[in-house]
Each structure stands twice: as structure tokens, then as C-alpha cells.
Write a protein that binds this ligand. Structure first.
Ligand SMILES: *Cc1c(COP(=O)(O)O)cnc(C)c1O
Length: 397
């Protein structure tokens, strides 16, 4: 096989391209009608009341941290096995990142350790939790919510890996990632390696109307054009220079916001991609099932245990006894496996910002062995068989 096989890749068809071209030919490149359409469709898809489209997943995290009012010195708990951006939003606001070790079965925050961590600090010092649906496995946010209520915390769900993923609650009901029932805010990314590609792009979903309004304001410079929100007295009777100034040009800046807008042609692409998201999920789950079958009962490698209902399989992770050997072997065969992720407390920046000397044995052990195999909807059966045969060849050789 000559063509290389990446660990993940986007899939764009003619429908997607037509949607973008149509928007490029319209009157709006940005701040047009596609944004609201995409937001509405996305909220509908995940089952939340509100959605705010932004320029990327990192901006979604930053705005979330701002509206939840993270202040210098505030402590926020997250997982060491995630992309840096998850934790960076805390640092943007001057907060402190506290890491909790992972459960070696799920690779998600270990809830029993989370409980211990919360109990070990004086109440009120830890302000929130950023849960990550790592690899596409939905965190059981109902459990987090109970803790959050007990300790008066907010929850951000980083669902970048898991649009369409869900967990089953104690009544056996599907709780979709980002549905806003248990988290205050959930965030998504539309980077090309994620499920839905918009070039760059992000989304925040919530059921909290106040947070929703704050997010909208901060996305566009903190400026509002809505008369009912104006703070200045602009009535005819007022004696200021602004008296009767409510004309088309009038607007007010209320907060120090940003330009974190998504463009209309990105929203058009996102909307078109969203229509195919469920088809992609079906294929991802098929691929995972085939990997699981192939690697069952082996000693030197461990696939993700069983088929997990609701898993969105952004990644398929294998744990290998000889990870470096397997990495090199597969790379030589043009299978571009990756490692997700280097634990956050190994990052020089985080060592310099409070995480030097932190010990998280499960995360560290996971990092020694993990490898992400190719996982994307357009991976062909032939390519999939080739990947499996190569892994088995290495393991049996
Ligand atoms: C991709 C990703 C982000 C950041 O999203 P961008 O759109 O690349 O800014 C944040 N968290 C996780 C877990 C991600 O995978």
C-alpha cells in the first residue's frame, strides 16, 4: 500500500463544496444568516436549548471560562489526558489548573479520585470542573453533577471528541454530549480532525439563557445593538449628547469582548457536514468493533474494552506493551499512528505553573502505552484490514 493512512481525516463531498460556494456568492461572508441556521441545527442535534458558534474550540473554551467568571487564583479541576487547550482557558483568566488522575478503563477522570480531591480542599477554593469526553467516550456527567451540587461547582464539558456521543443515565436514558442537562456549558471544535469539519470553528451549547446572552456579547467585542439592553439614557428627555441618539448607528460596548465569530461560509460548511454526522458515527463504530474483535484476548496489546454504547470514537486507542516498537513498525508501513496525549503535567509550561512534581500514576502509565490507530469514516475496508494485519504481524512477530 503506497498511500499513507493518517489517524484521522476530514471528508468533504460535493454537497459540502456547493454549500460553501453558494455562501461565497451571497451577500454575506460573515455575520449573515448561516450562523443562526448552524447554531439552531447544532442545538437540535445535541439536544440543548442554545448554541453559540465561535471561531474555534479554543475560543469556545475561553468564552466559557470568561462567562463562568474564572478569576486569578481560582482552582479548576481537569484531566491530564487531554489537549492543552482544555486547561489553557483556565490560565487565560489567571486561574490554577488542578489535575485529577484518570480511570485506566475509561481514560476519563476517575470520579472516586475526584471526590477525594474535592474533599481535600477547603470548600469554595475549587470553582469548577472541566470534564473531557476523551476519545469520544461520553463522561457520565450525572455523577459529576452530584459532586458539583455538593461542592457548588460549575461544569464545562469539553465535548470536542464527542458530537453525537452519549452516556446512559441511571434510568437508562441516553444523555447526549452537550445537551446541557448536567453541564453549565459544553464546547465543540470543527477542526478538520474532529467529526464535523468547518476548516476552523467551534460551538458552545447550554440551557442557561443568561450564560447564552453573555457568550453572544463577548463573541462580538462586548458590543450590543439591542435597544432593550442599552445602559446609557438615550431618551429624548435626557440632557446628554446621546439624547435621542437611537438611530441605526447606535450601539453600546458593555464588556471587554473579543472577535471570536465564525464566518458564514464556515457555518455553511459546518451545517452541511452536520447532516452527515450520524453516518460518520455509524462507520466509526463499525471500525471500532472490528478493531476490538481483532485484538481480543491478546497479551501484548489491549484494544478499547468491548463495544461501548454511545462512544463517538473520535479516536481508537490501543495500549501496547512495546508502544515505541509498534509505533515505528506502523509508521514504516505508512500507517500514521499518533499518541494522544502527552500528560499535561509533563508540559514545561504547566511545570512552571503549578504542576511540577505532580504524580498521576494512571495517566503516566497510560501515556507509556497508548497509541491512536486510524479512525475516520472514509477509512476503507482494505485499509482497515491492512492496519489490523500490520498490528497483528508486529505483535505475533
Ligand atoms: C481540538 C480540541 C480542542 C481545541 O479546539 P480547536 O478548534 O482546535 O481550537 C480542545 N479540546 C479538545 C479535547 C480538542 O480535541
Amino acid at each position: 500500500m503506497k498511500k499513507s493512512i493518517p489517524y484521522g481525516r476530514q471528508y468533504l463531498d460535493d454537497e459540502d463544496i456547493d454549500a460553501v460556494v453558494k455562501t461565497l456568492k451571497s451577500d454575506y461572508l460573515t455575520q449573515g444568516p448561516m450562523i443562526a441556521k448552524f447554531e439552531e441545527a447544532f442545538a437540535n442535534y445535541v439536544g440543548s436549548q442554545f448554541a453559540v458558534a465561535v471561531s474555534n474550540g479554543t475560543a469556545a473554551l475561553h468564552l466559557s471560562a470568561l462567562v463562568l467568571n474564572i478569576r486569578p487564583g481560582d482552582k479548576v479541576i481537569t484531566t491530564p489526558i487531554t489537549f492543552s487547550a482544555t486547561a489553557n482557558c483556565v490560565r487565560y483568566c489567571g486561574g490554577e489548573v488542578i489535575l485529577c488522575d484518570i480511570d485506566p478503563e475509561t481514560y476519563l477522570l476517575d470520579v472516586s479520585k475526584l471526590k477525594k480531591l474535592l474533599g481535600s480542599e477547603p470548600k469554595g477554593t475549587i470553582k469548577g470542573i472541566i470534564a473531557v469526553d476523551f476519545a469520544g467516550r461520553a463522561a457520565n456527567l450525572a455523577e459529576y453533577r452530584d459532586l458539583a451540587n455538593e461542592y457548588d461547582l460549575w461544569i464545562i464539558e469539553d465535548a470536542c471528541h464527542a458530537p453525537g456521543g452519549y452516556f446512559l443515565d441511571s434510568n437508562g436514558q441516553k444523555q447526549y454530549c452537550g445537551n446541557g442537562k448536567y453541564s453549565d456549558l459544553s464546547i465543540f471544535s470543527f477542526h478538520p480532525v474532529k467529526h464535523i469539519a468547518a476548516g476552523e470553528g467551534g460551538m458552545i451549547t447550554t440551557n442557561d439563557e443568561e450564560l447564552y446572552k453573555s457568550l453572544q456579547l463577548l463573541r462580538t467585542h462586548g458590543i450590543t445593538k439591542e435597544k432593550e439592553n442599552f445602559i446609557n439614557d438615550i431618551s429624548l428627555a435626557a440632557s446628554s449628547d446621546l439624547a435621542s441618539d437611537y438611530q441605526g448607528w447606535y450601539m453600546e460596548m458593555h464588556q471587554l469582548g473579543y472577535n471570536y465569530r465564525l464566518t458564514d461560509f464556515q457555518a455553511a460548511l459546518g451545517l452541511s457536514q452536520l447532516r452527515k454526522a450520524d453516518r460518520g458515527l455509524i462507520r466509526r463504530r463499525e471500525i471500532a468493533a472490528k478493531y476490538n474483535d481483532a485484538f481480543q484476548g491478546m497479551d501484548s496489546i489491549r484494544g478499547q474494552s468491548g463495544v461501548i454504547e454511545g462512544h463517538a470514537y473520535h479516536l481508537y486507542i490501543l495500549e501496547a506493551h512495546n508502544r515505541l516498537g509498534l509505533y515505528r513498525f506502523l509508521r514504516e508501513r505508512q500507517i500514521l499512528v499518533q499518541v494522544h496525549y502527552i500528560p499535561l503535567h509533563y508540559m514545561p509550561y504547566y511545570k512552571q505553573h503549578g504542576l511540577e512534581g505532580v504524580s498521576l500514576p494512571q495517566a503516566e502509565n497510560y501515556y507509556k502505552h497508548c497509541l491512536s490507530l486510524p479512525m475516520y469514516p472514509t477509512l476503507s475496508e482494505e485499509e482497515l484490514d491492512y492496519v489490523i494485519a500490520s498490528v497483528l504481524e508486529f505483535s505475533n512477530g
